[in-house]
Ligand binder design. Structure first.
Ligand code: GLA
Length: 394
């Protein structure tokens, strides 16, 4: 059995244990790693995430024949014991937040579908996943998009990837309380196997960018997790919006570099640095996209190094051990690939995009880092897989 078959078997078994019958359908959505364009999505810019071969799987089926109520029932297999891992709510009553965080990811999606005018029919789901939680690989976007797809498709509503992403984002923004942008949900919904996704976060236009066959995408988990990530994230977003307002533009995407540089003395220095990260990052997305498609490791090395520094010094979402590890890996890679902090930051993962044969160099740098670090880092190579889809079993 491969990874996905094991996950499907787990979702099927959980469904059977919870409801006593076989599920009718299966759906999947992947986690993602962002290659470039960090903290740019909620500033309406371009980003380049890539789906990874880790997914949330949702098994779905009808309510029992004797149930007259219009219920939605859910069981989450990775969220504690059978009691706290179950949820049930009335589809005809207003949907309110539940006791557990995971419940709100489900309830929020069903409510968001309703707010977009899509009626979910009474149904049951079981959810299983293998996207690492809290590592910055968007386990919650995979979860939200997989649930949105299961609910809509099972209810006979064929929704576009953009609509699935918007539904999952609205659920996170309003029900879970994270002011996240649309990047993670779009990556989970619209990715194409073997490609990264160049996404315009304003228009939601997207274009697959092939990952050159000479390159491997390695995620290095630092093991570091900082609490209060959501409040720090929301604060960064508010800072960016304050600068956009100062310059009278809709979003930082509309601010040109020269105008920002000339205004350095007029605005608060922290706000200035936040904006400098975003505006400079916007210029890094295209070169990384081109280098990814061409297998141009030297450009990746240079641009990703600049991107990491900008996140660390201007946007201040890195941590000292992460900076140290990024530097060690970057020096070891030389011109054979790039490495930088990926995702929201405040802990989490580095991403390296490097020649396949540089795998040993990456491991060697991590080994040296681990000799002196409090928490060991570990690396894993991911394959870019497709976005959300129903799984058709043979
Ligand atoms: C988190 C958010 C995304 C994006 C990234 C930073 O993953 O969910 O919307 O803002 O951080 O690029």
């Amino acid at each position: 059995m491969d990874r996905r078959e094991r996950l499907i078997a787990r979702a099927r078994q959980g469904y059977r244990l919870a409801y006593g019958v076989e599920p009718a359908r299966f759906y999947a959505a992947p986690g993602r790693v962002n290659l470039i364009g960090e903290h740019v999505d909620y500033n309406d810019g371009f980003v380049l995430p890539c789906a990874i071969d880790r997914e949330t799987i949702v098994a779905a089926g009808p309510l029992g024949p004797q149930t007259k109520d219009k219920l939605f029932e859910a069981v989450a297999l990775d969220m504690g014991d059978m009691a706290s891992a179950r949820d049930s709510f009335d589809l005809l009553a207003p949907i309110r937040p539940g006791d557990n965080n995971w419940q709100n990811h489900v309830r929020g999606v069903v409510q968001a579908l309703g707010r977009y005018g899509h009626k979910v029919r009474p149904m049951r789901i079981a959810i299983a996943g293998d996207v690492p939680i809290g590592a910055g690989l968007s386990s919650s976007a995979a979860f939200g998009v997989a649930v949105a797809l299961a609910c809509s498709d099972y209810s006979g509503l064929p929704l576009s990837p953009e609509m699935l992403a918007k539904v999952a984002q609205l659920a996170e923004n309003d029900f879970v309380g994270c002011a996240c942008g649309i990047m993670d949900q779009m990556a989970a919904a619209a990715s194409i196997a073997g490609h990264a996704l160049l996404l315009d976060c304003r228009s939601l236009d997207f274009m697959p960018v092939p990952v050159h066959k000479s390159l491997a995408i390695t995620v290095i988990d630092t093991g570091l997790r900082r609490s209060l990530t959501e409040s720090a994230f929301n604060q960064r977003r508010a800072e960016c919006e304050a600068v956009a307002q100062h310059f009278g533009v809709k979003a930082l995407r509309d601010l040109d570099y020269g105008t920002l540089l000339r205004a350095e003395v007029d605005i608060d220095h922290t706000l200035y640095r936040r904006a400098r990260h975003v505006v400079s990052e916007l210029d890094r997305v295209e070169p990384v996209g081109v280098a990814l498609a061409r297998g141009d490791a030297a450009t990746l090395a240079q641009v990703m190094r600049e991107a990491h520094l900008s996140l660390s010094e201007d946007f201040e979402v890195s941590l000292p051990p992460i900076d140290r590890l990024a530097q060690m890996v970057s020096e070891t890679l030389g011109d054979t690939g790039g490495v930088r902090l990926t995702g929201a930051g405040f802990g989490g993962c580095l991403v390296a995009v490097a020649k396949h044969e540089s795998g040993e160099a990456i491991d060697e740098a991590i080994g040296r880092y681990n000799d002196e670090a409090d928490l060991p880092a570990r690396a894993e190579v991911f394959r870019p897989i497709s976005g959300a889809a129903e799984i058709v079993l043979e």
